[in-house]
Ligand binder design. Structure first.
Ligand code: RUQ
Ligand code: CUA
Ligand code: CA
Length: 640
């Protein structure tokens, strides 16, 4: 290895979790936290208890006036929050941390009818059979390294999907299930020249195809890295990799993407996955992958059309496996495009990779570890890193319950042998932080104003609500030299990640365009039935299939009643003709479990079987008018 000599020796000597401060050190030394496997399990909880402090100490230093957004004033940033096992995306205003909206994606939503309307079922496709998802990472489409406000993309760790959200209407419009992979965890977009690809990491290893063969032979288990076209949402290619893939990110040139791997061992037990002293940052050469696919130089996994290139092993044109300390987690590109920083998790370090050395690495002019320009020691359990655009990095320390601010160039000088300290500040957070993100920090426009840290435990920070505590999404002012904790933000299960952008970067519409493709299916039905959605309310029967077309104008539907026969398959298609901003209607049928949103100028539809005879009232679910309660009608179901 022609790189610096720190390499092997240092990695071997690095204490698994080096202590950072004396008080904590005493506590940590007594817990299983220093034991290899203890970190995220019971020991993590013990850590929270020990870090509980007095109410006085909890009153964090900070300038509360800073975050006060007066009634009627608007926030200065949009925040898009994932929600983990809740399966949705949430929209917040920053710095007030007020929740503005929820966008249903992999979950079911009682308010909007997501998962029940024909429009949402068309988006969910084959995967509509799943009622849930685990949405970890939400990222916005970019042009030239900046947010362009077109789409959000998000992963489903539970059911191996990737979703897209249209930002003009803030609704999910595409969901794809990723073949050959087993769980999608890391997700990022190609930042330049344009999104471009959405990159999706396969986390768990399984046989390919996973059809019952090789059950007991983990040597035959694999994972894949997937490139999805962000515009068509077609799966363009996959890279068959060694190990597994955890988080990922993309560089600012458009040529490279990189993923952390915590299971270089390709183990199937906790012990297996911790056997090696080092795992990898896996770098992908997107251009090389594209060339191979264009030249037909790929294979197919049985039963699947997606081109797969073989990125396993040391000597392939598509990947490089850079050794980094044991079981790394997050990986984040610096806003200036110079570095990719991988977070050590089981090592107290981050690994700084110089992106400008990657072309030489792929040309085999330098060794793998020659790409590493710093490996600063930061504290216990580094998970994710973000940036202020002024040369500083901010890393969460899960076990220390801190955010550490450190200077990237100073860390590089230190690594090169200079006597210089790179740690700028350590701030207690409450407690056990996972992701963190600063305003615009995933783009070239990082502006160093606010930092949100998503703390996994809230412990004693809020009024108790039973055994399931809220998370604590804390807001930190990073606009000055010092980080200041300014707000606690309780959140229901379980935001993993968030991004923030300026309001001018998102331009949502308030009223639907009647040409919107969202209800293409209903438009086609109307055409078949000779119905004008904008004017007609009527019942069209075709055998035992009945379509009920209803207009809605506050406070009335186009029909006071409609009649069907027991056993009919009924489709109700409602068009909201109101053109007034914020004037949403809904449509619900009592004791039929039917309920959906119909926003201004939107058409929504739902299909169900009228399996019980009788009188069933339908009603509007959004308080749209003084006579909203009266906005109702009867479905009359004649007995068979
Ligand atoms: S992960 S707490 Cu699913 Cu983004 Cu790191
Ligand atoms: Cu329409 Cu309430
Ligand atoms: Ca490992």
């Amino acid at each position: 290895m022609s790189g610096n000599q720190r390499d092997d020796q240092d990695l071997a000597n690095t204490p698994l979790l080096a202590p950072v401060d004396e008080g904590r050190r005493r506590f940590l030394a007594g817990s299983a936290m220093l034991g290899a496997a203890g970190m995220a399990g019971a020991a993590g909880v013990a850590g929270v208890g020990a870090l509980t402090r007095s109410p006085a100490a909890q009153a964090a230093a900070g300038d509360a006036a800073n975050i006060h957004v007066n009634p009627g004033e608007l926030d200065s940033y949009y925040g898009f929050w994932s929600s983990g096992q809740s399966g949705e995306v949430r929209v917040l205003g920053v710095p007030s941390m007020r929740e503005l909206a929820r966008i249903p994606v992999f979950n079911r939503c009682s308010a909007t009818g997501w998962g029940q309307t024909n429009e949402s079922l068309a988006v969910l496709g084959d995967s509509a059979r799943f009622q849930n998802g685990d949405l970890h990472h939400v990222h916005m489409s970019c042009t030239d390294g900046k947010y362009d406000g077109r789409y959000l993309y998000a992963n489903d760790k539970l059911n191996t999907r990737v979703a897209r959200i249209r930002l003009d209407i803030m609704r999910c419009d595409k969901i794809v299930t990723v073949p050959n992979a087993h769980s999608i965890h890391g997700l990022r977009v190609q930042k330049a020249p344009k999104t471009g690809y959405v990159f999706a990491n396969g986390e768990m290893i399984v046989p390919m195809p996973n059809d019952g063969r090789h059950l007991d032979d983990p040597d035959q288990y694999w994972s894949v890295f997937t490139g999805i076209d962000g515009e068509s949402m077609e799966i363009k290619w996959q890279v068959w990799v060694d190990g597994n893939l955890d988080n990922c990110n993309a560089d600012y040139s458009g040529r490279f993407a990189a993923a952390t791997c915590y299971n270089a061992e390709r183990g199937v037990t906790l012990q297996d996955k911790m056997r090696f002293e080092r795992d990898w940052v896996v770098v992908f050469d997107i251009h090389a992958i594209e060339r191979a696919v264009a030249n037909g130089d790929f294979l197919n996994i049985e039963g699947c059309e997606v081109p797969v290139v073989d990125g396993r092993g040391d000597n392939n044109p598509f990947t490089r496996y850079i050794p980094v300390p044991k079981n790394p987690h997050g990986i984040n590109a610096t806003p200036d495009g110079k570095y990719l920083i991988a977070n050590g998790k089981l090592s107290p370090t981050c690994t700084v990779i110089d992106t400008h050395r990657l072309p030489d690495l792929f040309d085999n002019k330098i060794e793998l570890r020659d790409t590493v320009v710093a490996e600063p020691e930061l504290g216990l359990g580094p998970l994710h890193t973000t940036y202020d655009g002024r040369g500083n990095a901010y890393t969460t320390l899960f076990i220390d319950s801190q955010v550490v601010k450190w200077n990237i160039e100073d860390a590089i000088r230190h690594y090169a042998g200079e006597e210089v300290s790179y740690i700028r500040q350590k701030l207690d957070v409450h407690y056990q932080p996972g992701h963190l993100n600063a305003t615009l920090a995933e783009t070239a426009e990082a502006d160093g104003q606010w930092l949100v840290v998503l703390s996994k435990f809230s412990k004693d920070r809020f009024l108790p609500v039973g055994p399931l505590h809220p998370e604590n999404d804390q807001l930190i002012d990073i606009s000055g030299d010092e980080m200041k904790l300014v707000h606690d933000g309780p959140a229901f299960a379980e935001p993993h990640d968030c991004i923030m952008c300026r309001p001018d970067q998102v331009r949502p519409t308030a009223i639907f365009n009647r040409d919107d493709p969202f209800w293409a299916q209903a438009r086609q039905w109307a055409e078949e039935d000779g119905v004008n959605l904008e004017t007609d309310s009527k019942v069209v029967r075709n055998g035992n299939k009945v379509r009920v077309y209803l207009t809605a104008v506050a406070p009335q539907y186009g029909l006071n009643e409609f009649r069907v026969k027991q056993g009919d398959e009924v489709t109700v298609i409602v068009t909201n003709l109101d053109r007034i901003e914020d004037l949403s209607h809904g449509f619900a049928i009592i004791n039929y479990g039917v309920s959906m949103e119909v926003n201004p100028q939107q058409t929504s539809s739902v299909t169900f079987t009228a399996d019980r005879a009788g009188v069933y009232w339908f009603f509007c679910t959004w308080f749209c008018h003084a006579l909203h309660m009266e906005m109702a009608g009867r479905m009359l179901v004649e007995p068979a």
